[in-house]
Design a protein around this ligand. Structure first.
Ligand code: BG6
Length: 526
């Protein structure tokens, strides 16, 4: 067989299976290719849940995949009065339940872990911490590079930042010592005013390039892929506008309830918990203009432009644009579950929404008149995160004599969870008789890829270590999103009919029935 025929055959095969194996990586897209300088990560809140569930397992996985610098140290800080040994034992327990547990590697990893008790409002505790860091620095030669990770309740953020500043550990390159970074978990405030206050305190002690505001959704592979899909293909972008798109729906549904987080959640609700951050980022990625370069500030500039174009929410007609709900009792995966108000630590008369769907418009040339439906809720029928791009119907049906006027329009689904895939639905002829059928072309995200995979927390930790801001919020974006949401929150929380606005829905359903009134059509048939 000559080369030409072989090529033809391969080309034919790849077309039949639907995806070419011709995967190309540019050098700087390979994981762990960046220069990683030695450093220490100081986890404030090390005895908490986030550390045990996410941070330590992620750091351990990075270690297993050679994704940490060498040397690297982990210094846990918390109010609990324990020493290094007890901290290591606790972390071992947390890790040994994870899928990647490796007893042999743990023996090497455990030597990187240290613990320093701290009272968050006691300046002498931070002076001690500074001293301990200095000693570790001298012993392990980490070049004075530090990351402070705030895994503490948000109410402690400002105090802790001030104390770190006063202990001078936020300053960079003193006596030629290294850099200092701070990682802040959302929520970044609870409205525009408090977000600005938090930012002011952060900036009294850290400069913007030192601050990393985490949104773990940005680090999901399939979320990162949105920009690649849109801007590395020539065929979708010309259609990505009001001329061809009927509506876009972005959904982050969860079947979990509030779990053990009611203390936080009951004061926040779904709009602060999911919309101010993850939903707004998904919206920006799907609707923003192409940046001139794939570089953190240029990408953030485009997101900010998009947030500036959000049409102010018509708060005087809330019910036409917003549905809020709260879950009642129901069944999830065959098991009966409690109502939100029966969950531990939730007030029995709580008016906190656990579900929201809103219709938003973007006032710019590309999107004028196209509704974006954003929907998220707890205790829904399943955990599913996806974006539906619903195209318009064909302008005229030439088949009207044989098969009628209506032809189902194309739909593109960007699946984020659990289906990490891209599906395009289009019409074809049914074999035999003259009749159309909808068929779907699927690309599964991991198809044709066998390399290492980073989960969202592994990716953000890695990016903080290398100092890459691409997957983090910039403060102007945070403030613009709060500017958009704060009037809605104020209206909902202050209005006399707050209780009537909050519609009950059964756990295990797809939310209150009223969502149908928001839709012009019913995306995904739900
Ligand atoms: C968090 C919210 O930011 O995101 C949680 O605080 C929510 O309430 C979670 O459950 C959802 O994240 P994921 O990655 O499971 O979709």
């Amino acid at each position: 067989m000559n080369d030409f025929i072989k090529t033809e055959k391969k080309d034919f095969q790849t077309r039949v299976v639907g995806i070419s194996e011709n995967v190309s990586f540019s050098k700087n897209h390979c994981p762990f290719d960046e220069v990683m300088e030695p450093c220490a990560i100081v986890i404030l809140g090390a005895s908490g849940d986030l550390t045990a569930r996410k941070l330590l397992p992620s750091l351990f996985n990075l270690y297993l995949n050679n994704g940490l610098p060498n040397p690297f140290l982990i210094v846990g800080c918390g109010r609990t009065r324990i020493g290094n040994d007890e901290f290591r034992e606790r972390m071992k327990k947390a890790l040994s339940e994870s899928a990647s547990w490796d007893q042999k590697k743990w023996k090497d990893f455990v030597g990187l872990l240290f613990y320093q008790p701290i009272d968050y409002d006691d300046s002498s505790a931070y002076a001690n911490l500074a001293e301990v860091l200095g000693e570790l620095d001298r012993k392990y030669e980490i070049g004075g590079n530090r990351i402070f990770y705030l895994a503490i309740p948000p109410i402690l953020y400002e105090t802790t930042v001030r104390m770190l500043g006063q202990a001078s550990v936020s300053q960079e390159y003193r006596e030629q010592k290294g850099w200092s970074r701070i990682v802040v978990e959302k929520p970044f405030g609870r409205d525009l005013k408090t977000a600005r206050t938090l930012d002011r305190v952060l900036h009294q002690h850290f400069q913007e390039h030192q601050i990393f505001r985490i949104d773990h959704y940005l680090a999901k592979e399939t979320v990162q892929n949105i920009l690649m899909f849109r801007f590395a293909n020539a065929i979708f972008e010309p259609l990505w506008n009001r001329g061809y798109i009927d509506y876009i729906s972005i959904m982050a549904a969860e079947n979990l309830g509030v779990e053990h987080r009611a203390g936080y959640y009951d004061h926040s609700g779904v709009l602060r918990d999911m919309f101010q951050n993850h939903m707004m980022q998904l919206l920006a990625l799907c609707a923003m203009e192409p940046p001139s370069l794939f570089e953190a500030d240029r990408v953030n500039d485009e997101k900010v432009k998009l947030y500036r174009s959000l049409r102010p929410f018509p708060v005087e007609k809330l019910e036409d644009y917003l549905v809020l709900g709260q879950y009642g009792r129901g069944t999830i995966v065959g098991k009966p579950v409690s109502a939100y108000r029966e969950e531990p630590d939730v007030k029995p008369d709580s008016l906190t929404p656990t579900f929201a769907m809103m219709k938003v418009f973007i006032d710019n040339w590309r999107w004028q008149g196209v509704p974006f439906y954003l929907c998220s809720g707890k205790r829904l029928a399943e955990k599913r995160t996806e974006m539906v791009i619903q195209f318009k119907e064909v302008p005229h049906s030439m088949f009207r004599h044989s098969i009628g006027e209506h032809i189902i329009a194309n739909r593109l689904i960007l699946g984020i969870y659990p289906d990490e895939k891209i599906s395009l639905t289009f019409q074809t002829k049914n074999p035999g008789i003259i009749c159309l059928r909808s068929v779907t072309m699927d690309f599964h995200y991991h198809q044709g890829y066998k390399g290492p995979l980073l989960d969202a927390y592994e990716k953000v930790l890695h990016d903080v270590i290398v100092g890459d801001h691409m997957l983090f919020w910039r403060q102007d974006g945070v403030e613009l999103c709060w500017s958009f949401l704060t009037p809605i929150l104020e209206e909902c929380e202050a209005c006399g009919n707050r209780a009537e606005m909050l519609l009950p829905y059964q756990a295990g359903s797809w939310g209150p029935d009223a969502v149908k009134n928001l839709y012009r059509r019913n995306p995904a048939g739900r």
